[in-house]
Design a binder for this molecule. Sequence first.
Ligand code: SAM
Length: 270
Amino acid sequence: MAHVKEVTSLANPIVKDIRGLTSKKEREASGAFLAEGLGFVAEALARGWAVRTLAYDRAVAGDPQLKRAIDTTLAQGGQVLEATEKVLAAITRRDNPQAVIGVFEQRWTPLSDLRPKHDETLVALDRVRDPGNLGTIIRTADAAGASGVILIDDCTDPFALEAVRATMGSLLAMPLTRCSAAEFLAWQGGSGAQVMATHLAGAVDYRAVDYAGKPVVLLMGNEQSGLPDALAEAADHTVRIPQQGNAESLNLAIATAVMLFEARRHLLAL
Ligand code: SAM
């Protein structure tokens, strides 16, 4: 096919560049990320994410959905590579790679653009460390109808392959914002939202709070150390999910899910 390059060697510089996207430093420098699977790639293209490269296993070259994705990529000025399974396995570091991968430009929503309205819920994560947790939270926020996820201070990268995988496509739908704790504190005052900090020492039962009326920000702490005092003390409420048994705490993604579905209970219907 015209404009499609054949790539069979791992030494090919394009392959090296794409493989580099498994490193956070390279993702930061290029502002790009790697996505796997024809479903994900087709959805990203349909949602208008800017594509830089599409690579596919030549064994699936005849697929009609792939052909449409190739046309869209070429029309956008992206490059298209027909590769071997070996090349795709090396890029994604998987023994059984997906037959299609895409390199897309990252999207970040500036904090100043976040003006949550009545009935909107945001999730704010303080120094989340685990990419699986972050991806799961993005997926859950999407499922609960939240409007965005704010990453405070030094968080794991939502565009890391492991996080992208864990979002199961919700990365494409959920606006992401990053900021420092100081920026978050400055923003929250003027945001019109009520901030619900979750804390193991919270005095208020999370089911006793009124989540209706104002937009809500659910503020979640780091997996190891929980929320720092400066963030917890500035919140409108500090709530706890009551527990029984021996577990010290809930997993961060689980606690976020419990909070999201409670905060949006009045808005969710079958
Ligand atoms: N050792 C940490 C601590 O002392 O806070 C545990 C952190 S926990 C694994 C990660 C985050 O999940 C917490 O900061 C909080 O936001 C949330 N979380 C977990 N269990 C919770 C609970 N029972 N009530 C409220 N928040 C909880």
